[in-house]
Design a protein around this ligand. Structure first.
Ligand SMILES: *Cc1c(COP(=O)(O)O)cnc(C)c1O
Length: 232
């Protein structure tokens, strides 16, 4: 087995154990393989091992990889900070965006989503625990943002995403509660489509799954350490 295949097997077992420990049905948690900084060849090898959904957080890098691997049936997720001058490439290339945190970005993505593609699957990134960080919507502004996204064509609002400070497991429960609050207060949301809690990474996926994560974004535990710094 390749290193990736071994890591994938171990990670799936980790996820299954976490689901079981949380008393959740097995198979509820999706795995997004975060391939940022790793070359297209690594993604190809990952696909051969059985992984088809990949996350990128730099637009240029993600678009280049998606082009190079256009022969494979991959599902690309954009998970990084998104500036308005990069929305077109994201709208044209990715199936999901996890990091929508303001209405201006949502409007641009909606207007730029090519009509022949299915709606862009959107999670709203919530600044759940770190007021110093600039990415993520403030919880108080979230209902307004959710309503705005619901009203836009070309987008489907699928859930919420967070990147808490390391060790702050309480943030995962807070995001799960935030989803419940939105479901209760916005009639246009249905629990079976607004179904995603994108939370948990290599170091904290057990805590995220215990709190209700439905999608973990995992880089290091699958691909190994990144050789250059990840993210701004
Ligand atoms: C890099 C990154 C991940 C993966 O982090 P690991 O600790 O390598 O698993 C997950 N989510 C986001 C938003 C990232 O930027």
């Amino acid at each position: 087995m390749s290193d990736f295949a071994t890591n994938l097997k171990n990670l799936r077992e980790r996820i299954a154990r976490a689901e079981q420990a949380a008393g959740r049905p097995s198979g509820q948690v999706r795995l997004l393989a975060v391939s940022k900084t790793h070359p297209a060849a690594a993604v190809r090898q990952a696909f051969a091992a059985g992984q088809a959904a990949f996350g990128e957080n730099y637009v240029q890098e993600g678009v280049a990889k998606a082009r190079e691997l256009a022969d494979l049936p991959l599902e690309w997720h954009f998970i990084g900070p998104l500036q308005s001058n990069k929305t077109r490439e994201v709208a044209e290339t990715f199936a999901w965006v996890h990091s929508v945190d303001r209405e201006k970005i949502a409007r641009r993505l909606a207007g730029q989503r090519p009509p022949h593609l299915p709606p862009l699957q959107v999670c709203l990134q919530v600044n759940i625990d770190d007021e110093a960080s600039k990415s993520g919507c403030a919880p108080a502004e979230l209902p307004g943002l959710a309503r705005a996204v619901l009203a836009l064509p070309g987008l489907e609002l699928r859930g919420l995403m967070c990147i808490p400070r390391p060790g702050n497991a309480a943030a995962f429960a807070a995001l799960a509660q935030t989803r419940q609050d939105l479901l209760a207060s916005i009639p246009g949301l249905s629990p079976d489509r607004f179904d995603t809690l994108s939370m948990g990474m290599s170091d904290d996926l057990e805590a995220a799954i215990a709190a209700g994560s439905t999608l973990v974004r995992v880089g290091t535990a699958l691909f190994g350490a990144r050789s250059y710094p990840a993210g701004p």
